[in-house]
Design a protein around this ligand. Structure first.
Ligand SMILES: Cc1cc2nc3c(=O)[nH]c(=O)nc-3n(C[C@H](O)[C@H](O)[C@H](O)COP(=O)(O)OP(=O)(O)OC[C@H]3O[C@@H](n4cnc5c(N)ncnc54)[C@H](O)[C@@H]3O)c2cc1C
Length: 397
């Protein structure tokens, strides 16, 4: 079978790219070992994403936004704190009223986003192949021996990207010695669309609003603490969470599966090679501290789709390195800067050093008191800064 483009990986970025490219007239195949609906048909497993305004526009442009059950994020509050002592007095607050684009972002559950993307792939005529890619060159070879040919192979195969390895692309990165405990809770009082980022000495705790009186929890702890907490029964787990969470939403109880995720930084040293491009976590796996991982991936999707559509218009070979280099130039600086920014923030906040603690509290207070700087942060987090490809402006390239 010969296609224009083969996408390795049917997680979230792979399907989003497939729909954008198929709607632009390319022949696209997506390969993933998991049967398409296994992930979407599960009940709520606690996984949810915060999507920036720019990501929402992209999903709207490719026809995936309509009908998605989402929770707008109206305010973000960040503060420094210690378990049992509540938040430090300096709060950094970002309010959607400070920008004209509306809510600063949206929370969406993984099962809904995944299913919507896979439905859109089917509607756009994307070919879906269940299999594992084991070799590449002029296309890909699956573990079954089946061979698929294409002008371009895009690796959307996550942090351990085999596509990158097979293309000789190396990765740099390090572990944080931290593990994220991920779940969802139900609470007595409404969250009113407020997302909280509480910086605790052993790692940040994000409390992110979901539809109804529910919030998603991404709770980073040292590896040893996380292992001990995950081993507790549900009552013990909640007893450990409550002093960190505080009582501002009333009593809490578990409303999702509990799972853990080891945290690391992983950056590909190139995003492209001849006839190969990397997108999403395959190119850059970042700390989930600011909920930017998927948003960065969707920015890759928008930039690569635009570069490929332009190349075809000009009659260029879409797999040529000179074409793919344009994608790399567009995306590499932004994602590396974001990854290192998250890394620095995590290091600055994940400790109990009294001098750093005073410094960061003053820093949070200073940013809070400086409206122009605050608006700059909001626009950056919303994905509205820099040169925006068409999809991030809400239109097809
Ligand atoms: C705790 C946590 C919270 C997060 N919260 C947020 C958030 O709020 N907002 C946000 O923007 N981001 C968030 N992220 C980041 C986000 O989850 C990831 O950036 C995103 O899921 C990456 O998607 P992907 O499609 O690039 O990769 P993946 O989801 O890793 O998908 C890779 C796919 O490739 C397939 N694959 C692998 N190898 C092969 C092969 N050889 N052949 C064929 N297929 C293959 C796999 O089966 C898989 O389906 C969070 C991450 C974590 C860990």
């Amino acid at each position: 079978m010969k296609q224009d483009i083969i996408i390795v990986g049917g997680g979230l970025n792979g399907p989003a790219l497939a729909v954008a490219l198929a709607k632009s007239g390319f022949g696209v195949t997506v390969v993933d070992p998991r049967p398409p609906l296994a992930r979407g048909q599960r009940g709520f497993d606690g996984r949810a994403y915060s999507l920036a305004i720019a990501s929402r526009r992209l999903l709207g442009a490719i026809g995936v936004w309509e009908g998605l059950d989402t929770q707008p994020i109206l305010k973000i509050k960040a503060s420094d704190g210690r378990a049992g002592q509540g938040a430090a007095p300096f709060f950094l607050t970002f309010d959607h009223a400070e920008i004209e684009e509306g809510p600063m972002g949206f929370m969406v559950e993984d099962r809904f986003l995944y299913t919507a993307l896979h439905d859109a792939m089917e509607a756009a005529g994307v070919t879906r192949v269940t299999g594992t890619v084991v070799a590449q060159g002029g296309g890909v070879t699956l573990s079954s021996g089946e061979r698929l040919e294409a002008a371009l192979v895009v690796g959307c195969d996550g942090r351990g990207s085999g596509t990158a390895q097979r293309a000789g692309i190396r990765r740099v990165g390090w572990g944080y010695g931290q593990t994220a405990l991920v779940t969802a809770v139900e609470h007595e009082r409404p969250h009113e669309g407020v997302a909280h980022q509480l910086f605790l000495p052993s790692g940040p705790l994000a409390i992110l609003p979901l539809p109804g009186n529910r919030s998603s929890i991404v709770w980073s702890e040292t590896d040893a603490n996380a292992t001990a907490i995950q081993a507790l029964d549900d009552d013990g787990y909640l007893a450990a969470l409550r002093p960190r969470f505080g009582d501002f939403l009333g009593d809490i109880r578990l409303a999702g599966t509990r799972f853990t995720y080891p945290l690391s930084l992983s950056l590909a040293d190139r995003f492209v090679a001849a006839r190969v491009a990397l997108v999403g976590d395959a190119a850059h796996g970042v700390h989930p501290l600011a909920g930017q991982g998927l948003n960065l991936g969707l920015r890759d999707v928008a930039a690569l789709a635009e570069v490929l559509v332009d190349a075809r218009r000009r009659g260029e070979d879409i797999g040529a390195l000179s074409v793919l280099d344009r994608y790399q130039q567009w995306r590499r600086f932004d994602s590396t800067a974001m990854a290192l920014g998250m890394d620095g923030m995590n290091r600055l906040f994940s400790n109990d050093n009294p001098i750093l603690r005073l410094g960061r509290d003053l820093g949070l207070g200073a940013v809070n008191a400086w409206p122009a700087l605050r608006r700059g942060f909001i626009r950056q987090a919303a994905g509205l800064s820099g040169e925006l490809p068409a999809l991030l402006q809400g239109r097809m390239p």
